[in-house]
Design a protein. Structure first.
Length: 119
């Protein structure tokens, strides 16, 4: 059983930065693609970014391209989401999830971490 734990969320002013971490335990992360998703109040869940198991393939939602960077350190069993130039509309609960491939069915979800962008 793979367990995912997000951290790094918080309150930040517009234009600020945060780095989210998704730490895995129970199984090796090497076998899984990891995606970041978010759910804003009153909105549907949105896929933000995904990185393949090898790190060779990376995708971003148009809304975060050029501002967010996903990366992984398989030796540390951790995936990161660096978020720069944050906007109020980035406010949401951010979740990481593991799947065999990006865009395939999710096998495991984390519990989420709150990101609030406000002055």
């Amino acid at each position: 059983q793979l367990q995912l734990v997000e951290s790094g969320g918080g309150l930040v002013q517009p234009g600020g930065s945060l780095r989210l971490s998704c730490a895995a335990s129970g199984l090796t992360l090497d076998d899984y693609a990891i995606g970041w998703f978010r759910r804003a109040p009153g909105k549907e869940r949105e896929g933000v970014s995904c990185i393949s198991s090898s790190g060779d393939s990376i995708n971003y939602a148009d809304s975060v391209k050029g501002r967010f960077t996903i990366s992984r350190d398989n030796a540390k069993n951790t995936v990161y989401l660096q978020m720069n130039s944050l906007k109020p509309e980035d406010t949401a609960i951010y979740y990481c999830a593991a799947a065999r491939r990006c865009y395939s069915d999710i096998d495991y979800w984390g519990q989420g971490t709150q990101v609030t962008v406000s002055s």
